[in-house]
Design a protein around this ligand. Structure first.
Ligand SMILES: Cc1cc2nc3c(=O)[nH]c(=O)nc-3n(C[C@H](O)[C@H](O)[C@H](O)COP(=O)(O)O)c2cc1C
Ligand SMILES: C=C(O[C@@H]1CC(C(=O)O)=C[C@@H](OP(=O)(O)O)[C@H]1O)C(=O)O
Length: 369
């Protein structure tokens, strides 16, 4: 399984949802980064399961234990490994998944790929649980980027068919807004839509069903000139990580699919010097990236998250052992909607992508003192 990603910063993840532990190793982290352990734990708590009835009832503390590469509060430059112990597995919920392939889940493709050897308990290494180590790694990257004035925020653009408004260039990722969003399961611009979004999730749960949604992510403070043409473009780097997150099914940058219906005269983002002599653009249809490289405007993208597959309703499927068509209900502790918990994950992988792009360009070995 491909558990390693990155050009300069190498991120390697391990573990299964119902195994003893999950975790991550970060290679080539600059030495001397001071870790803000409180900030890391806050990020972990945003994603952790079992925090409310909008999410899975499986409760996990998600307390990372750093076992290498960290001394006296600072990274040493050696590979940094963190382990997160699984403390609340209930594998009997998955006994039928040896034979019955959940529609929309990784059971059937995973079985075909690994010839039946993959750990099926709790979806094994395919589980959304493996995003906990990514949030740990991303929290380190976020702290490092924040020192460079780079901020990352994400809000819920939609749940099912209920919409928040989109980000505009007038909006600023202020400390207050980021703190507010980080404290909310459904971070929003428009507070009025919250009850309807929550109700959509509760209604789906009540009906033994699930719902999806769209998350909009914004990155401010990235100077012009990061990224590369072709294979390591900023879009390609972000997309690689975003599509590694389970349940992501769509991604658009800037005006995305809508740009296809514009004329060049509308889609071109006109440059100007602001009063401080900084280069800006009047619009941001290209989402902060042209030619695979940043141009100093916010990076903006939207990610479509599918409704979780494991639902209690009767569904048609196959019994892979008997070779017959059958039906199944999925029981167990599942998220009725992944959006609230995937937001810190999307922010985390965004931070890792940007950190890698910056390390590649600047070859930094040591943190600034
Ligand atoms: C944080 C998080 C929580 C998730 N929770 C569930 C869940 O409770 N039930 C479920 O069926 N899928 C859940 N998923 C999604 C599955 O892991 C995912 O759909 C599956 O691995 C197949 O991958 P794909 O949807 O990307 O194709 C979750 C994903 C994430 C990121
Ligand atoms: C445990 C987590 O989420 C899990 C993600 C998940 C899935 O299929 O992705 C299915 C459920 O697993 P289980 O059946 O073991 O409770 C969720 O609870 C987590 O994110 O930490």
């Amino acid at each position: 399984m491909s558990g390693v990603w990155g050009n300069k910063l190498k991120v390697s993840i391990f573990g299964e949802s119902h195994g003893p532990a999950i975790g991550v190793t970060l290679h080539n982290l600059p030495a001397g980064i001071r870790l803000d352990e409180d900030a890391i734990l806050k990020e972990m708590a945003r994603r952790a399961p079992g925090s409310s009835d909008l999410t899975t009832p499986r409760k996990e503390k998600d307390q990372p234990e750093i076992v290498s590469g960290y001394l006296d509060g600072q990274t040493t430059g050696a590979p940094l490994t963190a382990v997160i112990w699984n403390t609340n597995t209930r594998s009997k919920d998955y006994s039928q998944m040896k034979r019955l392939m959940r529609p929309g889940q990784a059971d059937y493709p995973g079985r075909m790929r690994y010839d039946g050897f993959a750990d099926y308990r709790g979806s094994g290494h395919f589980s959304g649980r493996i995003t906990a180590p990514l949030v740990f790694a991303g929290a380190i990257a976020k702290g490092w980027l924040a020192e460079r004035g780079i901020r990352i925020g994400a809000h819920v653009l939609s749940i099912e068919k209920i919409y928040d408004r989109q980000y505009t260039l007038e909006d600023e990722l202020t400390t207050e807004l980021l703190q507010k969003w980080a404290s909310e399961q459904l971070p929003l611009f428009e507070e009025e839509v919250r009850p309807d979004m929550e109700e959509a999730i509760y209604a789906a749960k009540q009906a033994e069903d699930s719902v999806g949604g769209v998350v909009e992510t914004i990155v401010s403070g990235v100077p012009a000139g990061y990224g590369n043409p072709f294979f390591d473009s900023v879009e390609a780097t972000l997309a690689h990580l975003i599509f590694s997150v389970p349940a992501t099914k769509g991604l658009e940058f800037g005006s995305g699919f809508d740009i296809a219906a514009m004329r060049g005269s509308q889609a071109n983002d006109a440059y100007y010097y602001d009063t401080n002599g900084n280069v800006k653009t009047k619009t941001n249809h290209n989402g902060g990236i042209i030619g695979g490289i940043t141009y100093g405007m916010p990076i903006v993208f939207r990610t479509a998250i599918k409704p979780p597959a494991s639902i209690g309703q009767d569904q048609e499927t196959i019994d892979i052992e008997s070779g017959e068509n059958t039906t199944m209900e999925t029981h167990g502790r599942h998220d009725p909607c992944i959006v609230p918990r995937v937001i810190p994950v999307l922010e985390a992988v965004t931070a890792l992508a940007l950190m890698d792009l910056i390390l590649v360009k600047e070859g930094i070995e040591f943190a600034k003192s």
